[in-house]
Every structure is written in C-alpha cells, then in structure tokens.
Ligand binder design. Structure first.
Ligand code: URA
Ligand code: SF4
Length: 257
C-alpha cells in the first residue's frame, strides 16, 4: 500500500467513526476522536478513550495526559507526529468513566481496521484497557515495560506489543511517572526486536517459495545479511551486526523518520 492509499484508507475509517452510532457513547459526544498521526509509521499508541479536551477537539491526547505523552516520547527523541495515536473507544465515556465491555466490543472493528492499514511493527498500549486487548490476562503492575507478540486478530498482523501505564495514572503518582519514563526508554529496543521479527517473517516466506526447477539451488543467504523489505519507509536495513549485544543499553535515540 502506498502512503497515499494508506492515508485515504485511514481517512475513510475516520469518516465512519465521526458519524458512528454503534454504541451508546455516541449520544454524549461532542466530537468523535478517530486518531491521528503519520500513516507511514512503524509504531501505534493505543489509549483508552477520549477525555474532556479530546471530545472538544476531536483529537487524541491533547489534554494534560497528552502533554505528558509528548514528554515521554521526547525522552527517546520521538515526536507525536512520527507515530499514530488512537484509542480503544473513539467517543468519550460520560464523566471519563471506564468504557463498558459492550462499548469496547462495538468500537473494536475500527481499531482493527486502522491496525490492518497501518500494519505497525510495534503497538504501545497506554493503560489497562488497551493492554487488556493486546495482552489478554496480563496485569499492568507486571506487564508494564514488557513486550509480547500481538495476536493477529487485533488487526496488527506481525507486531510486538509493549505495555505502558496510562499517562493519566502517571499524572496522579510520581512513582508511576518515574516508572513510565523508565518503561518508555525500553521502546526503541522493542522496536528493533519488532523489526527483526518482521525481517525473519519475510525470510521465512522467501525460503518457503518453490525453487526454480532449472536453476541449481543457491546456498541460503545468512539471515544476518538479509535486509527487510517488510519495513515501511526508508528505515535502515536490519542486520544482526547492527544490534548491540543483549547487555548493552538500548539506543534510546533510535529515530523513526
Ligand atoms: N486518555 C486517553 O486514553 N485517550 C485520550 O485520547 C486522552 C486521554
Ligand atoms: Fe461508534 Fe466507537 Fe463512538 Fe461507540 S465509541 S459510537 S462504537 S465510534
């Protein structure tokens, strides 16, 4: 999919969200909040649902939680416009209550379709509700700062998932805030791992193609030398040599664009 096609597909989903009446949350919204960001990104952040400011502006994470999210991203040299940011439910629950299971279920197809279009290498969940979708059964107290493979049923076909506390929780507790900065520092490493996973998938797909009958068999390329055509954009080629040894600190300035 080209950048323009991806953008058009995301705009089409947003247009549906903006007039959606699939669950009761539509009744109380000022504006729906489909999500926004770079259509060509490798990383999607998924929050819980719009709050007061988001509902007014129709944009995700524009209040105090959003300011903190921008600071957290800034701590690894990333900008919000480099990633895609959306929520589990696209309309504000009244008084910022938790979304109900039937509201989450009604809204999930939009997230699923956004992820299918964006095809991210890494999904970063913000808070319990988002984590619950991507890491079923996990507890936030244990899962924050950890990575797992995403279930393709989420819409992200080959992705890793990384869990963070919700920025609003970090606003309420300096300990959670401190922990959040520590967890965010692990995101670049998780993205490198996610790129490797995609490269391995591509290699496996290439190797499973039937060999040309008339050609003598080529010796298999060593995996380390194979670059990943699965990576969107002009991301640097993934090679094992580019990775720091496992005990080296992660490169916290890994750039997305
Ligand atoms: N909290 C969320 O979970 N999402 C937003 O968009 C804003 C605040
Ligand atoms: Fe539709 Fe989702 Fe809004 Fe419910 S929360 S009305 S399913 S867009």
């Amino acid at each position: 999919m080209t950048d323009a096609e991806r953008r058009a597909a995301l705009d089409a989903i947003a247009a549906e969200v903006n007039v959606c009446t699939r669950c009761r949350l539509h009744a109380g919204r000022t504006r729906a909040v489909p999500g926004e960001g770079n259509p060509d990104t490798e990383v999607v952040f998924v929050g819980e649902g719009p709050g007061f400011n988001e509902d007014r502006q129709g944009r995700p994470f524009v209040g105090r939680a959003g300011d903190l999210l921008v600071k957290l991203l800034g701590s690894i040299g990333w900008r919000r416009e480099d990633v895609f940011i959306t929520n589990i439910v696209k309309c504000r629950p009244p008084d910022n209550r938790d979304p109900e299971p039937d509201e989450i279920a009604a809204c999930l197809p939009y997230l699923q379709r956004q992820l299918a279009v964006l095809d991210p290498a890494l999904v970063v969940t913000l808070g319990r509700h988002s984590m619950g979708r991507f890491m079923p059964g996990a507890r936030i107290s244990q899962a924050h700062g950890t990575v797992r493979a995403a279930d393709p049923a989420t819409g992200a076909s080959v992705a890793l998932v990384y869990a963070l506390y919700h920025p609003a929780a970090a606003l309420r507790s300096t300990e959670v805030e401190r922990q959040s900065f520590e967890d965010v520092a692990g995101i670049p490493r998780a993205l490198l791992d996610a790129r490797t996973k995609r490269a391995d998938r591509t290699i496996a797909a290439t190797e499973s193609e039937p060999a040309e009958p008339t050609e003598p068999a080529e010796p298999a390329e060593p995996a380390a030398a194979v670059t990943s055509p699965a990576m969107p954009n002009a991301a640097p080629p993934v090679s094992a040599a580019a990775f720091p040894p496992p005990d080296a600190p992660p490169d916290d300035q890994l750039t997305l664009f």
